[in-house]
Design a protein around this ligand. Sequence first.
Ligand code: 4G0
Length: 228
Amino acid sequence: MKIDILTLFPEAFSPLKTSILARAEESGLLEINIINIRDFSQDKHKKCDDYPFGGGAGMLMTVQPLFDAIKSVYDEKAKIIFPSPIGKTYNVQKAQQLSQFQHLIFVCGHYEGVDDRLFQLFDIEQISIGDYVLTGGEIPSMVIIDSLARFVDGVITKESLDSESFSNGCLEYPQYTRPQEFMGLKVPDVLVSGNHQEVDKWRREQSLLRTKEIRKDLYDKLNNTQDN
Ligand code: 4G0
């Protein structure tokens, strides 16, 4: 998968150049390009923002540098994503869906947003990572890229995807590693019993208990027809 990131702050993406995603890039599964929108400004001072018509707080990103930056990377198979507080809320289903594209283009907004004509010029999906406002679209872009890259074949193992939270609609069960006892706290006996059927049963029960306790909204969706 190819991912182009258009931003006024290329240096904000150094976290993507480490860890799992760096390995995915080295193995050729992922190609991530970071493009500075400012390089496309036709303004003599490379200006990329201006005051909103009609007045109001703050500045907007102007349309010309964004238009030319997108045109420079666009192809027919590309999907353009704009992280924004007005987008539909992101979730694991959207991550899986996005992971199937060959080419994603992330446009990072700053200031109070962008000139709305951008959304008439291109087919752009606005996505929100949650109901709060950040100073820029860089962190939401990284959140979306990190989470969708995990579903790109080969980036991580199928087993880790299947066992994690949300994959089966509920929260992941508690886990333990060595030592078997710490500060008087013991690992549950069933996990060291060697009985895999009992281990699986315990984990399913714990998953359900946790989901009911912490995420009643998810629990109610688990087509539990009994009363809770
Ligand atoms: C567009 C996304 C982009 C418009 C981006 C701000 C939060 C999210 C930005 C604005 C972002 C999110 C109108 C303030 C950049 N903040 N929840 N900031 N406005 O996904």
